[in-house]
Design a protein around this ligand. Structure first.
Ligand code: G3P
Ligand code: MG
Length: 377
């Protein structure tokens, strides 16, 4: 076949620093771009006085859609091309648990989306609250499935050649992928599973210490959306689960909950790996674009340069407890600098004292980009 044309070399892309962005409250609010965000992306893509381009990735606690679909939305909202190679959302790390658990309960999100995402991650038997409500409508007395929800929910009673009973289904883990759309019924179902005999639906443990683990894709108690004040998020549901578990078991039980996402350092380490791959891809392109006279040593040097992390990653967020805490914790352990910048367009409001101290507080994401560029150039 015809030789493939090497990707264009882009000598203007800087090597020594990069940006990582939180999304809600920094770039997007209530589904709409924050106006300065579009300009900020233009500045990073070369519309600056030095004519340089700066690599960047996105690290959001949000979710509810596949990474590819979220990137399509973001591309359109910010008028740039966003690739899944530069994007991590709250549930992305859950993919690493697909081999560990066979039958799982997946909670949250719109319609069947989260089931689809879980299956795309490799989870083999994904059950939703809708499936349980379809099999036993009395599970949540005030929740009635819509005709669509009823049609899309799976028939758990049809398992085992139609002889299935709910008590034949054993949930090995619960994954809250995205915000609940019906807290009361989801809370009831999560607690039922947590208080069951080893995850077996419709059973009750005598000791309340044998329920499966419950994984939340993040722990944000509030987040920034269209309302002037921050709205309740998944971290609030987690606290509700913990508090009501305690109340309904008389404090005798054992509940195992875990949260992914920011501020977990592992999430930032995941981001660092992504950034490294993102830059390495570009360096490989550069190497293939090198003139034929390039010595092997120079080519090897180009490869080695790709493996060195940028000296500084500017992390721009709006939630001190997630973004600043996580970036600061990463800064303490990473070989390079993670420089936290807090904006005032989301959860954090001017005039209050953030418990986690950022390296800089600025107005908008555009100010954050300018702050980083000023520090570098
Ligand atoms: O549900 C999403 C929200 O809690 C946070 O999203 O982009 O601010 O990390 P983000
Ligand atoms: Mg945010």
């Amino acid at each position: 076949g015809a030789p493939t044309t090497p990707a264009a070399v882009d000598p203007d892309v800087v090597d020594n620093f990069a940006f990582a962005f939180d999304i809600d409250g920094v770039l997007i609010r209530g589904g709409q771009p924050i106006p300065e965000a579009i300009e900020a992306m233009k500045v990073l893509n070369g519309e600056n006085e030095w004519g340089i381009k700066v690599p960047y990735i996105f690290l959001t606690n949000g979710g509810g859609k596949s990474e590819a679909e979220r990137c399509r939305d973001l591309s359109q909202q910010l008028q740039i091309e966003v690739s899944p190679g530069q994007f991590i959302c709250g549930h992305t790390p859950m993919r690493e648990l697909a081999d560990r658990y066979h039958t799982v309960l997946v909670v949250g999100g719109e319609g069947e989306k989260c089931r689809e995402v879980a299956e795309s991650y490799g989870f083999r038997d994904v059950i939703t609250p809708g499936d349980i409500l379809k099999a036993n409508a009395a599970t949540a007395p005030f929740r009635k499935l819509t005709p669509d929800e009823h049609a899309n929910s799976r028939d758990l009673l049809a398992r085992g050649n139609g002889s299935g009973r709910l008590s034949d289904v054993v949930i090995e883990a619960v994954f809250v992928f995205a915000d609940s759309r019906d807290w009361a019924s989801d809370l009831q179902i999560i607690l039922d599973v947590a208080q069951s005999r080893g995850g077996r639906l419709e059973t009750r443990s005598a000791t309340f210490d044998e329920g499966p683990p419950i994984y939340f894709s993040h722990n944000d108690v509030v987040w920034s959306t269209a309302h002037q004040h921050a709205r309740l998020g998944m971290g609030a549901l987690r606290r509700a689960v913990e508090t009501v578990f305690e109340a309904t078991t008389g404090g005798r039980g054992v509940l195992r909950t875990h949260a992914f996402g920011k501020p977990q350092v592992s999430t930032f380490e995941f981001a660092a790996r992504l950034l490294r791959e993102w830059r390495a891809t570009r360096h490989r392109q550069q190497r293939h674009g090198l003139p034929p006279t390039t010595t092997p040593t120079a080519a090897a040097a180009a490869d080695a340069a790709a493996d060195v992390p940028p000296a500084t990653v500017y992390f721009v967020g709006d939630t001190p407890e997630s973004d600043v805490r996580g970036a600061n914790a990463m800064d303490a352990v990473a070989p390079n600098e993670w420089y936290s910048i807090l904006v005032q367009t989301g959860v954090y409001q001017a005039g209050t004292e953030p418990r986690d101290k950022p390296r800089a507080v600025v107005g908008t994401v555009l100010d954050a980009v300018r702050h980083g560029l000023r520090r570098e150039m």
